[in-house]
Design a binder for this molecule. Sequence first.
Ligand SMILES: CC(C)(COP(=O)(O)OP(=O)(O)OC[C@H]1O[C@@H](n2cnc3c(N)ncnc32)[C@H](O)[C@@H]1OP(=O)(O)O)[C@@H](O)C(=O)NCCC(=O)NCCSC(=O)CC(=O)O
Length: 269
Amino acid sequence: MAAYLVGPGYQDPRTQDWPLVDWKLPAAISALYILGIPVGHRIMRDREPLKLRRFATLHNAFLFALSLYMTVECVTQSYRNFGWSKHLQLWCNRNDPGPTFSDSGYRLARVLWIHYLSKAYEFGDTLIMILKKNKRQVSFLHVYHHATTFFPVWWAVVKYGPGGEAWFCCALNSLIHVGMYGYYFAAGLGLRVGGVKQLITQSQMIQFLLFMTQSVYMLFIKDCYRPRLSPIMLLVQCAIFFALFANFYRQAYLKKRAAPSKGASAKEE
Ligand SMILES: CC(C)(COP(=O)(O)OP(=O)(O)OC[C@H]1O[C@@H](n2cnc3c(N)ncnc32)[C@H](O)[C@@H]1OP(=O)(O)O)[C@@H](O)C(=O)NCCC(=O)NCCSC(=O)CC(=O)O
């Protein structure tokens, strides 16, 4: 049974009037983000790198707390919305049927919308990297991830399917970001605990593998989602992320281990 049957032109009624749900402004913000990166590098070219301890600490503490909130809220509202034992499954959940929605249906849509907005706030990571002149960090992986995750990926979720199936991606990604911003919080203060950085990269890669498995399950095992374009996009996007992260992993950890004197990119060890 298809979990989410929609016709052409469908838009979720819960989110249609919420800020940044119309495509034009988010598309412009994403484009400005990409165009602003070379401008930022140029501005910093002849300047000393900034330390940014206070700003980075506040930024990371905020994202750590927000990610924790989103993890808990996604799981709680999905549970309330579907009832764990009766309807909520790991994958292949129905989108809220509407046209009227329960309180938990609205709250689930709201936390998915907050998750979407947090992806724009995370552009601040790139600002930190540019102002600290950590050019290595402003990689293709980083820019591609940040630019596309806000728009079109999470924008599309909020506009077309803020419920049902999206709870899993929101909860797992937020949980991973609790660890990631905890790591950046500590690293910004000069604290690096051996092995933690590698563990975080591994958990990010497992996350993308799980999202790929979820889309294969929805597409080929249960055939439970309409439009099929959504799980196809999830599969393609996560395969790209996985390949980019596998390359990062090789550069940051494996190559360094093979040739320690050449100085790899990971700074932890
Ligand atoms: C362990 C990782 C999380 C981070 O790898 P990095 O190579 O960036 O780690 P690093 O050791 O250089 O980070 C420490 C440096 O970052 C600075 N720093 C502090 N806070 C920061 C912030 N919020 N954003 C960016 N940099 C920050 C510290 O001051 C320190 O600078 P100094 O070195 O000067 O002291 C890794 O797994 C990873 O994700 N690598 C890909 C790079 C990336 O862009 N990741 C985030 C988006 S991807 C994502 O988010 C996937 C997902 O959705 O799960």
